[in-house]
Design a protein around this ligand. Structure first.
Ligand code: C5P
Length: 223
């Protein structure tokens, strides 16, 4: 089945405390976004990639995508929310494709994880990566809080893989605050979501500390 990755990189990265959005920060000589794209092109020779960029950084993003063959990487601009950015990216995806939606900020994603998600989604219709929590957990109930078993909880990552026609239909819904990822949007249409094992190193760069950790992990990976 045809595979198209939609890599959303249109956030402003306010929590990084810098003018330059986090997806353009350099990590081991290449921008965070470059590392994300590379994991997908390494996973499959025949994959297509749609990169969703901030309207104000279209030139920078387009220059970066030139490092990949033109028929592989296309770019479009994002919106004010992640939901809008994904919706814009999906417009460039064919209905008969498998679509792999990924946060550019998770630049340590591995080709093996991409393949695991695609293989599961090919047979089950969708697959999203999840890991267990290492921390103890509590839920807030009004002015109280209560312990919740770690066994009941999973931390959700990307890439989230779906049959494109289903995800495109799901993204025609009006935005709701509960729509934090593709799974929540599809689930609202009644789709059953399938979990596959994620990877602890597939962290989302949010703060300068995350960038430092990601850089160290990448250096270790590259020997
Ligand atoms: O802000 P957060 O870290 O949750 O963003 C997750 C991913 O979604 C990032 O890669 C970010 O660039 C992207 N995003 C986007 N458009 C927005 C907001 C976030 O593409 N308006």
């Amino acid at each position: 089945m045809k595979k198209t990755a939609v890599i959303v990189a249109a956030g402003s990265g306010i929590r990084m405390g810098s003018e330059l959005p986090k997806q353009f920060h350099e990590m081991n000589g290449k921008p965070v976004l470059w590392h994300s794209i590379k994991a997908f092109t390494d996973a499959y020779d025949d994959i297509e990639v749609v990169v969703v960029l901030p309207a104000t950084f279209l030139d920078l993003g387009a220059g970066l995508s030139l490092e990949f063959p033109a028929h592989v990487v296309r770019t479009t601009s994002g919106g004010a929310s992640r939901f809008e950015s994904v919706r814009n990216g999906l417009e460039l995806v064919d209905d008969d494709s498998l679509v792999l939606v990924h946060d550019a900020a998770r630049c340590l994603v591995t080709p093996a994880l991409v393949q695991r998600c695609v293989e599961a989604a090919t047979s089950l219709g969708n697959a999203i990566p999840a890991i267990e929590s290492n921390d103890s957990l509590r839920v807030i109930i009004g002015d109280r809080n209560e312990q919740i078993s770690r066994e009941w909880v999973r931390l959700i990552q990307t890439p989230q893989v779906f049959k494109a026609d289903i995800l495109k239909r799901a993204f025609q819904q009006d935005y709701e605050p509960s729509f934090t990822d593709e799974a929540t949007v599809a689930e609202n249409l009644g789709v059953t979501i399938h979990l596959v094992p994620g990877e602890r190193e597939n962290l989302k760069i949010t703060t300068p500390a995350d960038l430092a950790v990601a850089e160290l992990l990448l250096k270790k990976r590259n020997g």
